[in-house]
Design a protein around this ligand. Structure first.
Ligand SMILES: Nc1nc2c(ncn2[C@@H]2O[C@H](COP(=O)(O)OP(=O)(O)O)[C@@H](O)[C@H]2O)c(=O)[nH]1
Ligand SMILES: [Mg+2]
Length: 348
């Protein structure tokens, strides 16, 4: 899972990155080669902790989220713009976008128009890309085929200023565009960068309706405040979060939002060597889960032994799970459920 932070200069992108990852902004300019800074968030997961403890696993591997703080080139990114065109290939590669909207003292911005402006840039970049692709196909005199028709459908939609995330695409159309990395099709979260005293403020009905109609989720984050928390021990962090009315740090709350927006579930593989959590698209099959673990395991897939987390947590051992008849043998088309613990039998 990879997410990139976008927004105009000075809206607090690097501060948001710091708040989420604990990595403080680097002094000095990024050079041409290092156009983004990567940070990892290990997903806190009590179920994984339980599996590790119960199996006495030597190693624990949580789901990881990679966050990218891009280093825009001021010569490329126009004043007030949210995107640096020279960064587009990198931005097209992420799974979800975080649009930072400043709402801290001195930088308050009305939310809906600010999101609309950023969305407009995504739409523009997609239009440009689709148009160029279409022109190339026309020049190559390729017949009016499936891809051309699909591109025209997208262009018409984008022309009206609508993001592709609101356009219904068939599986075949999605397949045709899978390598395009259309920006306005990516799940997007508006990150409202606010002061600590507004960390739990509610959106007005009009505001949330406006965002909903664009298919943009919203997430409030007191970036400066949460960035500073990294300096403290965990008890003090907890206390200050609590005082601000927050139950968990931004990174944990963001993961929940991303899981929702990307339509993900978590499944596990667990044993004495390691307890491992994996993210997976909702409604994916056992075979796809096997492919997440290793392509060889998917290729040689025979059967999956599956137990739900709840059943395992109640019985606490493989032997008892088997005894109670809670271990299921599932085939490759079994639809994985959140919390499934899986052992794939395979042969290569
Ligand atoms: N008071 C306050 N200042 C902030 C906040 N977020 C960012 N800033 C300040 O805004 C300026 C730009 O922030 P930065 O994260 O570098 O913005 P970027 O250009 O989008 O990466 C810095 O001086 C930050 O200290 C915030 O939540 N509250
Ligand atoms: Mg920055």
């Amino acid at each position: 899972m990879k997410t990139g932070i976008i927004g105009a200069r000075g809206v607090g992108k690097s501060t948001v990155f710091h708040a989420l990852t604990g990595l403080a902004p680097l002094p000095g300019q990024a050079d041409a080669k290092n156009r983004a800074r990567f940070g990892q968030i290990k997903v806190a997961d009590p179920r994984l902790d339980f599996l590790e403890a119960t199996y006495g696993s030597k190693k624990k591997v949580p789901v990881e989220l990679t966050v990218l703080d891009f280093a825009p080139n001021p010569k490329e990114q126009k004043e007030g713009a949210a995107l640096d065109p020279s960064l587009l290939p990198m931005i097209r590669d992420v799974d979800a976008l975080l649009m930072v909207i400043p709402d801290f003292a001195g930088r308050q911005t009305p939310l809906a128009p600010a999101v609309e402006r950023v969305d407009g840039e995504l739409i523009f970049a997609d239009f440009d890309q689709a148009e160029r692709r279409l022109e190339r196909l026309k020049k190559e005199k390729s017949p009016i085929d499936f891809e051309r028709a699909a591109l025209e459908k997208c262009l018409k939609w984008l022309e009206d200023g609508r993001p592709l995330r609101l356009l219904e695409l068939t599986a075949q159309e999605m397949q045709a565009f899978s390598s395009f990395g259309f920006l306005s099709r990516k799940p997007a979260i508006a990150v409202i960068n606010c002061d600590a005293d507004r960390a739990t403020a509610e959106l007005s009905t009009a505001e949330s309706a406006g965002l909903k109609s664009r298919g943009v989720d919203v997430f409030r984050l007191a970036a400066s405040f949460e960035a500073e928390l990294w300096e403290l021990d965990s008890a003090s962090q907890h206390e200050l979060l609590h005082e601000a009315g927050l139950e968990a740090p931004a990174r944990d709350r963001l993961i929940a939002a991303l899981y929702r927006d990307l339509g993900l579930i978590t499944f596990y593989t667990a044993g004495e060597p390691e307890a491992h959590a994996w993210s997976l698209r909702r409604s994916a099959t056992a075979l796809e889960a096997a492919a997440r673990i290793h392509s060889d395991i998917a290729r040689g897939f025979i059967r999956a032994e599956v137990v739900s987390y709840e059943d395992f947590a109640a019985l606490r051992s493989d032997a008892k799970v088997k005894e109670a008849g809670k271990l299921r043998l599932e085939g490759r088309d079994y639809v994985m459920q959140d919390g499934d613990i899986i052992h794939v039998r395979f042969k290569i």
